[in-house]
Design a protein around this ligand. Structure first.
Ligand SMILES: Cc1cc2nc3c(=O)[nH]c(=O)nc-3n(C[C@H](O)[C@H](O)[C@H](O)COP(=O)(O)O)c2cc1C
Length: 263
């Protein structure tokens, strides 16, 4: 089966599809029509760049099930986007109300557009939707800390015993990103997807905070992966607490200047 189909009536023979293809799967010679190379099936990473970049909508791709419309009216200005990025905060105080499933699913849906190595899109998600289960997860974390006898972590377990949750911050939900460790890039792909998730959540009035301690606990205590129903071959590479923020931040504290070496 051919991978790409070019509508010769629409094609402007500009070679853009070939130029943007990261896999060099499309051949194009000056002013001719583009054509897939003989080994295009093997090379293609299904990223859809060829379809997305064509100004004439002349190209379709058997592995790309259509495109979403791009609305130029919704394009964010640079200043607004920069402020949005700088306004992101780790939220550790949540309203004690659950977030409807559709809102959690909506944020995850946007996170699917995070980049992934070779476009493998390896990230899988577990949403702890039931707040009681989130609490149970925090309890498992506290138990792990006590068993681990780490002097650094002990204060988290002590706080738990005193009725304060510094582990998952009384968040109603936790979202976990997991993938196969057999893929070298899984940790990066998961971290990027979680980063997108945080921004998508923020854009929709939700607050998140990385649950690094949960990731650590899961590395050492097999009960956590079991509780989350993870496939045995997968590992957790990212996790966030998520819910409606109790407070809204009013200003943006400065961070360290960028450490850059210009060569
Ligand atoms: C990989 C990673 C793990 C983190 N783990 C935790 C955590 O377990 N608990 C927590 O309260 N914050 C955690 N954080 C949040 C950081 O403390 C936070 O990003 C940092 O203090 C900067 O604050 P900001 O995110 O509001 O800019 C984590 C952040 C990252 C990136």
């Amino acid at each position: 089966m051919s991978l790409i189909r070019v509508d010769e009536k629409k094609c402007r023979r500009d070679g853009i599809c070939a130029a943007v293809c990261p896999a060099e799967a499309i051949a194009w010679e000056a002013e001719g029509f583009p054509a897939e190379k003989v080994d295009a099936e093997r090379r293609c990473i299904s990223c859809g760049h060829c379809v997305a970049a064509c100004p004439a909508e002349a190209l379709s791709h058997s592995r790309i099930a259509g495109c979403l419309p791009f609305d130029a009216e919704k394009k964010i200005g640079a200043e607004a986007l920069e402020q949005f990025l700088k306004m992101r905060r780790s939220i550790r105080e949540f309203k004690p109300v659950p977030v409807p499933r559709e809102e959690l699913a909506h944020a995850i849906d946007t996170a699917r557009w995070a980049p992934s190595a070779v476009n493998l899109q390896p990230v899988r998600w577990v949403v702890v939707e039931n707040p009681e289960k989130t609490r149970k997860l925090a309890e498992l974390m506290a138990e792990w800390i006590k068993a681990a006898r780490s002097s650094y972590l002990q204060r988290f377990a002590d706080a738990w015993d005193e009725g304060r949750d510094l582990l998952l911050r009384n968040a109603p939900h936790v979202i976990v990103a997991h993938a196969s460790p057999a893929n070298t890039w899984s940790p990066v792909d998961c971290a990027l997807a979680v980063s997108y998730l945080e921004l998508a959540a923020q854009a929709n009035g939700l607050g998140t905070c990385w649950a690094g301690l949960l990731v650590r606990a899961a590395e050492h205590d097999g009960r956590i992966a079991k509780f989350l129903g993870l496939p045995p071959a997968n590992r957790i590479f990212g996790a966030v607490m998520i819910g409606y923020p109790r407070f809204h931040y009013q200003r943006i504290p400065k961070k360290n200047p960028a450490a850059i070496e210009w060569l």
